[in-house]
Design a protein around this ligand. Sequence first.
Ligand SMILES: [Zn+2]
Length: 173
Amino acid sequence: MIFGHLPAGYITSKLLLKKFKNSSVNANVFIFWGMFGAIAPDSDLFYYLLRDPSQPQHHHHKYVTHFPIFWLTLLLISLLWLLLYHRRSQKAALSFIFTLNGFIHIVLDTITSHILWLAPFMDKPFSLITNSSKGVSYFTHWTFALEIFLIFFALFLWLASSIKKTKQKNSIT
Ligand SMILES: [Zn+2]
């Protein structure tokens, strides 16, 4: 997935924000860390591009930042931290949304590409796309429709939230 990660991060963060209504969690900070988590696994692209060219080439999905177990472990730790503080700790909430969106990134990558779901124990890639998709243009493939859907759903949520805020502001003044 290329374009869908950031909107997916926005959607998850925006929808889960309601769960932290009565806590000290700042909405904008929560959404920022959520969206940051949604693209964090691709930080391995920097390492991939800056690597020693004489070393053998690996797809960046073979780095630990694209291992499901990596994100799942961090997500479980964050969830425990969050539950321990009864959802009142901002740091725990930010850690939770960051790692949750990191894990969702891996799930979305599995739809459009190959992910080593059993790494580091097995080097077997898994994907939802079939071999029959090979040679099909990225922009005419069904997964591109999913990316477009995520973008439009995120835009819809953002617009709905902006209209609500404007109405609230007008009713106060
Ligand atoms: Zn990725």
